[in-house]
Design a protein around this ligand. Structure first.
Ligand SMILES: Nc1ncnc2c1ncn2[C@@H]1O[C@H](COP(=O)(O)OP(=O)(O)OP(=O)(O)O)[C@@H](O)[C@H]1O
Ligand SMILES: O=P(O)(O)OC[C@H]1O[C@](O)(CO)[C@@H](O)[C@@H]1O
Ligand SMILES: [Mg+2]
Length: 322
């Protein structure tokens, strides 16, 4: 059945570009003659009925803003069979026959369960981590990496002035993509990612010592959140090399800020595609990027796809940071 009255929500950690996705969903739905509703606070809003009708002007002036105008949440209540049934009942009560969920892998599991409870859902990947295995790109990733790069460039100014070593932790719980790319972009001497086991002596100390011999006097080590222990790594570097060292955890600064052009455009394409799917009577699909094209997969199959770590890019980062 083709959806006539749809809803859109953002869920999980916010990501720059989510607003562009919401705007695209709202305006595409209106141009297809559908009614469209905005759900606040992620799945929580479906449980409580925090839902409002969206018009063309409801999404004016948001495309350039970070965060999500619909607010977001992690909802423990929805993450239960009873919660999913309650949300499905609320959708039926409101006459909502399709939901676009902008979020990460957890949010897609929720979308799969809600589809199973009778409400057709489409997932759109919105997370800075780029940890959705079925998609080469997730909304917010480009902005987050650029923010991390700019912050580390600043850290480098002071690191260089003092001939120090800076250990910088960037976000990414199970995925080292932000670390790997920013590590290359800032010329880190070492980059630690959760996908590759590291040896402290070989992968950090020996690299620093070799570079010291060739005249390098300041060092940046990038550590992914999923590897952690940045304070300990920093202390050990100082103890073993005698180089004064400082640790910085960039944290949530990486989740904020105005989205880059790439995030705004990809979010607009993905939001548009999601509504096309609902218009065509499709459900339980996730919108993804493959080879720079926007396509879609079955959510259940997409969630089972293995993540592919870019070994070649990792090798490049190793060979260039000397
Ligand atoms: N297995 C599941 N079944 C039903 N709902 C789920 C499931 N996993 C997660 N959810 C719902 O999705 C919400 C968001 O999930 P989660 O906190 O994992 O974030 P995410 O969407 O993966 O985003 P990110 O990791 O980028 O912050 C959860 O709070 C929960 O309500
Ligand atoms: O907002 P919270 O709950 O602190 O979550 C932080 C996590 O969310 C992410 O930013 C992904 O959205 C991860 O990189 C990070 O580990
Ligand atoms: Mg997640």
């Amino acid at each position: 059945m083709c959806a006539k009255k749809i809803a859109v929500l953002t869920s999980g950690g916010d990501a720059p570009g989510m607003n562009a996705a919401v705007r695209a969903v709202v305006r595409t739905a209106i141009s297809f003659g559908m009614e469209v509703y905005g759900v606040r606070h992620g799945y929580n809003g479906l449980l409580t009925g925090e839902v409002q009708k969206m018009e063309l002007r409801s999404v004016s002036n948001i495309i350039q803003h970070g965060g999500t105008a619909l607010f977001t949440a992690r909802s423990p209540e929805f993450n239960t069979p009873e919660g999913v049934q309650k949300a499905a009942a609320k959708c039926r009560e409101l006459g909502i026959d399709g939901v676009v969920v902008v979020g990460g892998d957890g949010s897609f599991r929720g979308a799969r369960d809600l589809t199973g409870a009778g409400v057709p859902c489409i997932g759109v990947p919105g997370t800075i981590d780029n940890d959705i295995s079925s998609s080469e790109y997730t909304i917010g990733y480009d902005t987050a990496m650029n923010t991390a790069m700019e912050m580390i460039d600043r850290i480098r100014d002071t690191t260089e002035s003092h001939d120090r070593c800076s250990v910088v932790e960037v976000m990414g719980r199970r995925c080292g993509d932000i670390a790997l790319n920013t590590g290359i972009a800032v010329g880190a001497i070492a980059t630690l990612v959760p996908e590759v086991k590291y040896d402290f002596e070989k992968d950090i100390i020996e690299r620093i010592r070799y570079a010291q011999k060739t005249g390098k006097r300041h060092f940046i080590v990038v550590v992914a959140e999923g590897v952690g222990h940045s304070e300990d790594i920093c202390k050990r570097i100082q103890e073993e090399t005698g180089i004064e060292s400082r640790a910085t955890i960039l944290g949530h600064v990486q989740r904020g800020g105005s989205p880059t052009l790439r995030d705004r455009v990809v979010a607009s394409q993905m939001g548009y595609h999601a509504v096309e799917l609902l218009r065509d009577g499709k459900s339980n699909r996730v919108v993804v990027m493959q080879g720079e094209r926007i396509v879609d997969f079955d959510i259940t199959e997409a969630l089972e796809m293995p993540r592919v770590f870019d070994e070649k890019l990792y090798k490049i980062s190793q060979d260039l940071s000397r």
